[in-house]
Each structure stands twice: as C-alpha cells, then as structure tokens.
Write a protein that binds this ligand. Structure first.
Ligand code: SF4
Ligand SMILES: [Zn+2]
Length: 377
C-alpha cells in the first residue's frame, strides 16, 4: 500500500462518514418527501399491555408524534437512528396540539389506559424540539388523570431546572434515556451518542433526586461491533447499570432507513443480532441482577426479519414469543426447551470470535476474502 492512499489518507481534508450519509437526506427531494406528511397527524398511535412501576399489568397507549426532531440529529446524530425520517422542521404548536387531539380520538380519549408513552423522536422537554405549552399540557393532563407518563430524553438535556419543573407538574413520570452503551469509547465511535457515561450518571442522579422513575435503553450490537463483543459487553453493562435503574430496555439493532448502520448493512458488513445472542444475554444478565429491583425487558423490533434480530427463519417466531413473554414475566424459564440446528452456527460464530477476535467479527454474513477480513485494520 502506498503512503498516499488507504488508511493513511490521500492528504485531502477528511470527510466524516456521517455527513456522506446524511447529505442525500437533505436534498430538496428528500425534504419534499418528509414534508409530505400531515403535520396534524401523529406518526402512529397504538395500545399494548404494559407493566406499571408498581408491578401491575396495565394497558398502555404509545403515541409517536411528528415533531421538529432531535436537536442532536440536526447537529450530528446517532449512527443507527432513522427517526428523522418521520420528522419535519416546520411543525407548529398548533400541529402538536392537533396531533395530541388525534391521539385522543384514536384511543377513545385514552380509554382504559393507565400509562401513556409519549415519544417525540428526541427529548420531550427540550424547548427547541417541542413547544413548552404543549409539554406542560401533556404533563398536566396525564397527572390529573392519574395516568403514568413515559417520556424520552437525551442525558445532557436533563438539567436541574427542567427536571424539577417536570417533577412538579407530573411526579408520576418515567424518563427514559437512550444510553445505548455503558462505555465512552463505544458511545463515541459506535453510536455517536453526543453524551458520555458521566453525563448519564448525572442525569440519573437528578431524576432520582426528583423521585422520577429511570428507564435506560441499551442498544444490542451497534455498528462496527461483532456479535461476540455485543454479547459480552451488553451482559456486563446491564449488571453495571442495573443498580441505578428502575427498568432496562435492551433494543436489539434494527436497520432503519438512511442511517450509517444501513450503509454497512447494505454492504454486507453488518448482520443484525442473532436471536440466540438475545436469549443468552437475557439468561446471563438476569442471573446477575436478580436480587436488584430493576426490570429487564427486550423488544426485538422487526424481529425475524432480515433488518431485525433474526435466526435461520424456522425458529424465529417461537424465540421472539419467548423473549416477549420474558419481558412480561421476567422468568427465564420461558426459554426452556427452545432449540434449533442454527444454534450451532451461532455458537460457532461466537466461539470463533473469542478464540480469534477480528475487527467487525467473523460471521458468515461478512463479504470479502478471509485473508482481507482477518488483516483489516
Ligand atoms: S437516537 Fe435519540 S438522541 Fe440519537 S439521533 Fe435519534 S432521537 Fe436523537
Ligand atoms: Zn433456527
């Protein structure tokens, strides 16, 4: 390899991978598609069974709103996040109230719901993203109706004034933070999260000090991470963060459109996680945190599909069902008796990674000559 090319570079100014991928997203054509959405209608509204912080099973409404989107995404953005596909930057306060009204209409005024998850593709209480009068109306309405509210936030957006304001208006609230990885290197190089582990701790301390419930998302297998590493790290991260959380929700990677991870997935350099890894991760971590008061849940979005966590195709449905059942019962006996011949392929991938770790892993999904893969930087 000559000194003027390859990993050393050609001497020209470097271009960030993220900008190469985002650039087509900001063409007038892409913007036109995004802005063709009706700003008075939420992205989606649905009801599911859920568990309240006191352990009771309830009905929850999930409302995903079409907002201005995450301030971090406009600036840079996480490598796996395709939420921007659903946002538009001209959403007004009136639009937000109309979307909320439409969510009420679709759920018959949140009939039988003891919980509402209000997802804004960003931070619920960030004033640049969502109008403050709308935030206040949602906080007041849910509290007055004794409905547990779940909102999402980035750690660095949790400042003392905002959190005490939120806790005053609605003390019956869970704040969910997408930590993704409990490791600063992974946060920076795999996730591009925009905050650090220290900032997450600060946010959690603040939420606890205000008696709010803490939910943390971890991302299983971010881009540029092998299956073996994902399994090993996630088990360790769960046991490290569990003492600080009321709930940990592990999101197995699903490939969203026009993201960094989609780029490497299309190039066959990334395979979404195996369902077997999730089973192994649940069983191993549950054993480590069983004496703590922290719920562990896993929802494989697009499970069984090529863009979501999947196995061989034959056993996927039964394993996804067992994982979903575990998320309600918290009982690892849901996995007893589950098996398939593809478990050996998965096990081989994990074992061979631990005996000879290679960058990005060595699963059969990877394209290219073995010699190149093993010698890749
Ligand atoms: S994952 Fe969350 S913080 Fe990251 S870009 Fe998406 S909405 Fe923003
Ligand atoms: Zn199988």
């Amino acid at each position: 390899m000559g000194s003027a090319c390859g990993i050393i570079g050609s001497g020209t100014k470097t271009v960030k991978l993220h900008h190469l991928i985002k650039a087509p997203e900001n063409t007038s054509e892409s913007i036109k598609i995004r802005e063709s959405w009706d700003a008075n209608k939420p992205v989606i509204v649905y009801k599911t069974p859920e568990i309240l912080p006191n352990g009771e099973i309830c009905t929850a409404a999930t409302v995903i709103l079409r907002t201005k989107g995450c301030a971090w995404w406009w600036k840079s953005g996480c490598t796996f996040c395709g939420y921007f596909n659903d946002v538009r930057d001209d959403v007004t306060t009136e639009n937000m109230f109309s979307q909320w009204e439409e969510a009420r209409r679709q759920t018959n005024n949140f009939e039988d719901c003891q919980m509402i998850k209000v997802y804004t593709s960003g931070t619920f209480f960030e004033d640049r993203e969502n109008p403050i009068e709308w935030q206040e109306a949602v906080l007041r309405e849910t509290y007055e109706r004794n409905i547990h509210l779940v909102v999402e936030a980035q750690a660095q957006m949790c400042n003392p004034e905002k959190i005490s304001w939120l806790a005053k208006l609605n003390p019956n609230c869970t704040v969910a933070i997408g930590l993704e990885s409990y490791d600063d290197k992974s946060l920076r190089f795999h996730v591009n999260k925009g905050f650090t582990v220290k900032q997450w701790h600060k946010a959690v301390d603040l939420l606890k000090a205000n008696n709010l419930y803490v939910k943390t998302y971890l991302l299983f297998k971010p881009p540029f991470m092998s299956e073996g590493d994902a399994l090993h790290h996630t088990v360790s991260w769960i046991s490290k963060i569990a003492p600080y959380c009321d709930e940990i929700s592990v999101n197995p990677m699903n490939i969203q459109k026009k993201t960094v991870v989609e780029r490497i997935f299309r190039n066959r350099e990334y395979r979404p996680p195996w369902l077997w890894s999730l089973v192994e991760m649940i069983v191993s971590s549950k054993a480590k945190i069983s004496d703590l008061d922290c719920r562990l849940i896993v929802h494989p979005t697009a499970g069984g599909k090529i863009r979501g966590a999947h196995n061989c195709g034959k056993c996927d449905a039964s394993i996804i069902k067992a994982i979903e059942n575990f998320s309600v019962s918290g009982d690892t006996r849901e996995f007893l008796g589950i098996d398939c011949s593809c478990r050996l392929v998965w096990k081989e991938e994990i074992d061979s990674f631990f005996s000879l770790p290679t960058p990005l892993g060595n699963g059969v999904f990877r394209r290219g000559e073995n010699v190149d893969i093993f010698s890749a930087p």
